[in-house]
Design a protein around this ligand. Structure first.
Ligand code: NAP
Length: 272
C-alpha cells in the first residue's frame, strides 16, 4: 500500500462508524487528516490512535454541522488550506420513522446536516480543487437515494440530493482533474441505526455489512474510477444499465409538446 504524502483529507462525521474507518484507511494510505464531528472525546481517542499507528498529522475540529457558525468555520478551513486534497462528506443522520410518526423539526435538522452542510462544504472545497487541477470529493449517500421506500422519505430524499449533486459535479468537473465519487452504502453496522430508531440487530444479518468492509469496498471503487459506488451490488453493469436508462430518457424530458396521453390542446412551441 502506498504511504507517500497525499496531502490532507478532511473527513466529516469521523468520530464513529463509517467516518472513523475512512479516517483510519486514509491515514494508512498516507494522508494527513482533519477530522470533524461534535464528539471531542471520541475524536481525541481516534486521533491519538491514528497518530501512533501511522505517524501522520491528525487534527481534530469539534463542530456541529447543523450550526451555521460551526459550518462556516469548516468551510473557511476548506477554502484557506491548499494542502487539503480530499474531502469526505460523510456526516449524516438517518431515520426509519414513517412520516406520520416523524417530528418535522428532526426532519429539518436532518436536511441541515445531510443536505445543507454537505452542499456548503462541497462548494467550499471544489473551487480550490479546480484551481489546483486536482482533488477528490467523496460524498456518502445511501441506497435509500434509489430505494426511497426503504426508510423515512426525508432521509431518502436527502440522500437522493447527494447522488444527484455528485452526478452533476462529475458532468461539470470531469475535465478539470477532479475525482468525484458518490458512495451508496446499504445497511452498515454502525450507531446510525440506533439514532434512526431501528437497532441494527433487528435487521437480517445477511443484509448488513461491517463498516470496515463497506469503506474498503468504497475505496476500492474509488481506485478503479467509479463515480457511483454501491458496495453491495455484485455487478456494476447493473448500475450502468439503470443509469443508461435515465440518460436515454433524459433527451425526452423537455419538449414544447405535451405527451399525447394527456390530450392537451397544443399551443405550440415558445420561441426565445
Ligand atoms: P454514525 O456511526 O452514527 O456516524 C455519524 C457521524 O456523523 C458521527 O461521527 C457523528 O459524530 C457525525 N454527526 C452526526 N451529527 C452531526 C452534526 N450535527 N455535526 C457534525 N457531525 C455530526 O453513522 P454512520 O453509519 O457511520 O453514518 C455515516 C454516513 O453513512 C451518514 O451520512 C449515513 O447517512 C450514511 N449511511 C449509513 C448507512 C448505515 O447503514 N449505517 C447506510 C447508508 C448510508 P458526532 O455525534 O460526534 O457529531
Amino acid at each position: 500500500m502506498a504511504t507517500q504524502d497525499k496531502g490532507i483529507a478532511l473527513v466529516t462525521g469521523a468520530s464513529s462508524g463509517i467516518g472513523a474507518i475512512y479516517a483510519d484507511r486514509l491515514a494508512k494510505r498516507g494522508y494527513d487528516l482533519i477530522l470533524v464531528a461534535r464528539s471531542k472525546a471520541r475524536l481525541a481517542t481516534l486521533s491519538r490512535r491514528l497518530r501512533n499507528e501511522t505517524r501522520r498529522s491528525v487534527e481534530t475540529v469539534e463542530a456541529d454541522l447543523t450550526s451555521s457558525i460551526d459550518l462556516r468555520r469548516i468551510e473557511d478551513i476548506l477554502r484557506s488550506d491548499s494542502r487539503i486534497t480530499t474531502l469526505v462528506n460523510n456526516a449524516g443522520v438517518g431515520s426509519a420513522v414513517p412520516l406520520l410518526d416523524a417530528d418535522v423539526d428532526k426532519m429539518e435538522d436532518m436536511i441541515h446536516l445531510n443536505v445543507t452542510a454537505l452542499a456548503r462544504l462541497t462548494y467550499a472545497a471544489i473551487p480550490g480543487f479546480a484551481a489546483r487541477g486536482g482533488g477528490i470529493l467523496i460524498n456518502v449517500s445511501s441506497i435509500a437515494a434509489i430505494a426511497p421506500e426503504l426508510l423515512n422519505g426525508v432521509y431518502g430524499g436527502s440522500k437522493a440530493f447527494v447522488l444527484a449533486l455528485g452526478q452533476s459535479l462529475v458532468h461539470e468537473f470531469a475535465d478539470k482533474g477532479l475525482r468525484i465519487q458518490t458512495v451508496l452504502p446499504g445497511a452498515t453496522a454502525t450507531e446510525f441505526w440506533d439514532i434512526a430508531g431501528k437497532p441494527v440487530h433487528q435487521l437480517p444479518g445477511q443484509i448488513v455489512m461491517s463498516a470496515d468492509d463497506m469503506v474498503d469496498a468504497a475505496l476500492a471503487g474509488l481506485d478503479i474510477g467509479e463515480a457511483v459506488t454501491i458496495p453491495s451490488l455484485p455487478s456494476q453493469a447493473e448500475w450502468d444499465r439503470f443509469d443508461e436508462a435515465r440518460r436515454t430518457m433524459s433527451s425526452k424530458l423537455s419538449s414544447c409538446i405535451p405527451a399525447p396521453r394527456y390530450n392537451v390542446r397544443q399551443s405550440g412551441c415558445v420561441s426565445a
